[in-house]
Design a protein around this ligand. Structure first.
Ligand code: IPD
Ligand code: CA
Length: 282
């Protein structure tokens, strides 16, 4: 990757201002989706499978976030889960998940989040450089923010990841894709992992999973096949809290596989996932 591919390098002050804007957009969208939740969530469509639902509020939330961002940063691109890509000229891209954890939202489980991040360069891992982000849970009010070089915060208080236990004592979060074939592979892997860890959690929002690792509520998290919008803001929160984000077999974290944990545990979990066949060759 050349320096220009890596996009602009905002100063810490600029990154902090971008985090404020991410928080402002995420909080406004969070209020909208919480107040607008219909009985049974208001599912309007399905995407990759019958499990992959979209609600009217996913669409409305993304539209609101796009309006807020366009008003302040018309020069930036936007990549949103529901609306796709809108081009920009600055080299920065806002990566938006209007409701991460949509199935929880539909069922009234208070574990969903609005995730708003801005990245430099290509808006996908491993090439992106997340610059600022916010993960906001509208039900609990909990709000994680981070800016590149500026640290991570939960409700304004600095967040630092703990050292992390050995894998055998680790509480490990994971998630599953929406297609039956991907889920069958993921079920095989989790069946091999479960006897080797303290326990496994499937919370249902990758953005919250990553913030939970940052805050020590999970020791580790891994998932295969995350989209950029699931991961962008939580990635920066975790990284700024001192969490390692890696792939398998020495690769960087990517859409193929993301493992997030304190450094020694991340390596131990990545090795175990590799042995469990978590990344079958295509
Ligand atoms: C999903 C959640 C889930 C993860 C899936 C994602 P969505 O996002 O983050 O925890 O396991 O891979 O697609 O569909 O609720 O925005
Ligand atoms: Ca998502």
């Amino acid at each position: 990757m050349t320096a220009s591919d890596a996009g602009p390098q905002p100063s810490p002050e600029e990154a902090a201002a971008l985090a404020d804007l991410a928080e402002c957009a995420a909080r406004a969208a969070g209020a909208l989706v919480r107040e607008g939740r219909a009985e049974r969530g208001g599912v309007t469509a399905t995407k990759s499978s019958r499990s992959d639902v979209v609600t009217a509020m996913d669409t409305a939330s993304e539209q609101l976030i796009r309006r807020v961002l366009r008003a302040e940063r018309p020069q930036d691109a936007v990549l949103g889960e529901e609306g796709g890509t809108t081009g920009g000229t600055s080299g920065l891209t806002w990566v938006v998940d209007p409701i991460d954890g949509t199935v929880n939202y539909v069922y009234g489980i208070p574990a969903y989040a609005v995730s708003v991040a801005v990245v430099a360069g290509e808006p996908a891992p491993p090439h992106w450089r997340p610059v600022a982000g916010c993960v906001h849970n509208p039900e609990t009010g909990e709000t994680w923010t981070a800016s590149l070089g500026g640290g991570a915060r939960l409700d304004g208080e600095p967040v630092h990841a703990a050292a992390g236990p050995p894998l055998a004592e680790a509480l490990v979060g994971t998630g599953f894709g929406y297609t039956a074939s991907r889920r069958a592979e993921q079920a095989d892997v989790v069946a091999r992992l479960l006897p080797r860890v303290r326990d496994v959690r499937r919370i249902g929002s990758a953005a919250l999973d990553l913030c939970y690792v940052a805050s020590g509520r999970l020791d580790a998290f891994y998932e295969r096949g995350l989209n950029p919008w699931d991961a962008a803001a939580g990635w920066l929160v975790a990284a700024e809290a001192g969490v390692s984000l890696v792939g398998l077999d020495g690769a960087g974290a990517s859409q193929d596989m993301l493992v997030a944990a304190p450094p020694a545990l991340a390596l131990e979990l990545a090795a175990e996932l590799s042995r469990a066949g978590a990344l079958p060759s295509a």
